[in-house]
Design a protein around this ligand. Structure first.
Ligand SMILES: [Zn+2]
Length: 409
């Protein structure tokens, strides 16, 4: 992205900042350094979906990671589809990462062999520190990898799933969060759930994550009835949206709030995104005025609906994790309207949202800085506030707000 001098100044100021990375899927570093890596590691995660939508077959996509096939043959398979997705935001994050860490000017026919070699050489303990701490200046990264075991890293802090499937008998009697629990009733299930929340909090978790699915008003009676009907086999399976889930989620939000945990909420974009409309959260927000909800991703494509949650509800923060790699133009439009709409302490500016390809956290951060710089520079040029104030706002979004919301000091 071509930046003006003012935008460049703002980017430079942000490069100096220690920041909080407010959402990742990073596992312990060993998960990455034990893996075999090459150019295609940079095309795992979100770019996978772009490649499939570009009509690459699942089979061919999986072959990219079959290291018994020579790299050259895998590249030949990949190249035509890469051409189709290369202008997308996801692919851009990969190229920025390749340039920054492996000193190649592009990801192309010319560079993929060198890039793969350099990635293999660098895939050693200390990689997270080099990428996250040294290049990104991340102090803390909140991560969701389904475990609180993060390999002893002082930089990573876990956020754990709030609700697990509650559809079949085995989901209820042997729940994934505590398969050994002895559960015969809804109350037993809730006890086990609360014990899980206590446990993960003691292990360092700072939040629980849910999704903005449709929720009905919770009813203990209906939940207990659904629970026993599943257990007796009268219902073989409940639909994913069901009274049991509605009640349990509500109880867990209440308990998380008592314990001071943040409730993180995925909104918009993914699969059948009609099920992820941010406005589904409104009754939940109303029922839990004391909870703190970190609403993710600006609800793409329901950006204004998501912004309205931040506008009208005291218990909502808006987190631009993943947002800058969904689309930089969307992220800039959203951030610009957010300045008009919500108090500055409610915006969280960045979360990389990556797993194995940790280098792309940096790619994403570069894009986030550009977006923030563009939006703020425009305000400075329009005379809304000074350059100094712009830098202060960026710091508020990238460091102060997530630090305060998650109690990271
Ligand atoms: Zn995520």
């Amino acid at each position: 992205m071509k930046l003006t001098d003012l935008e460049k100044n703002l980017v430079r100021a942000m490069e100096e900042m220690t920041i909080i990375d407010a959402h990742e899927h990073l596992g312990p570093e060993s998960q990455r350094t034990d893996a075999t890596v090459d150019v295609f590691t940079l095309f795992s995660h979100y770019t996978r979906d772009d490649l499939l939508v570009a009509r690459m077959s699942h089979d061919d996509y999986n072959k990219l990671f079959d290291r018994t096939i020579p790299l050259e043959a895998r590249w030949a398979l990949f190249a035509p589809y890469y051409e189709r997705i290369r202008h997308g935001s996801y692919a851009r994050a990969a190229r920025i990462a390749a340039r920054a860490f492996y000193d190649v000017d592009d990801i192309s026919d010319r560079t993929y062999v060198t890039l793969s070699e350099r990635m293999r050489e660098a895939n050693k303990p200390g990689l997270y520190d080099r990428v996250l701490r040294d290049a990104c200046r991340i102090k803390v990264a909140l991560t969701q990898c389904g475990s609180t075991d993060l390999g002893g890293s002082s930089m990573l802090r876990p956020v754990m799933p709030m609700a697990y499937p509650m559809e079949r008998g085995a989901d209820l009697t042997r729940p994934p969060f505590d398969p050994e629990a002895s559960i015969g009733s809804l109350d037993d299930y809730l006890d086990a759930m609360r014990a899980y929340v206590d446990r993960v909090k003691a292990q360092g978790a700072v939040g629980l994550k849910m999704f903005s699915n449709p929720y009905e008003a919770p009813s203990r009676e209906e939940a207990a009835s659904a629970f026993s009907r599943v257990l007796t086999g009268e219902y073989e399976e409940l639909p994913p949206v069901n009274p049991l889930r509605d009640f349990v989620v509500d109880e867990v939000i209440r308990y998380a709030t008592e314990l001071g945990l943040v409730v993180c909420v995925h909104t918009g974009y993914w699969g059948d995104f009609r099920m992820l409309d941010p406005t589904h959260m409104i009754p939940v927000l109303q029922r839990h005025p004391d909870a703190r909800f970190d609403i993710y991703h600006l609800g793409y494509p329901w950006m204004r609906e998501a912004i309205m949650l931040g506008k009208g509800f005291t218990n909502v923060w808006l987190n631009l994790c993943w947002t800058h790699i969904i689309s930089q133009r969307f992220a800039m439009a959203g951030l610009d309207e957010l300045i008009d709409m919500v108090p500055m302490n409610k915006i969280i500016g960045f979360g990389g949202d990556y797993g194995l390809p940790v280098e792309k956290v940096y790619g994403h951060l570069v894009m986030a800085r550009e977006d923030i710089a563009r939006v703020l520079a425009r305000r400075v040029e329009d005379g809304d506030f000074s350059e100094e104030r712009a830098i202060q706002l960026a710091h508020t979004w990238l460091y102060e707000n997530p630090t305060e919301l998650y109690g990271l000091e």
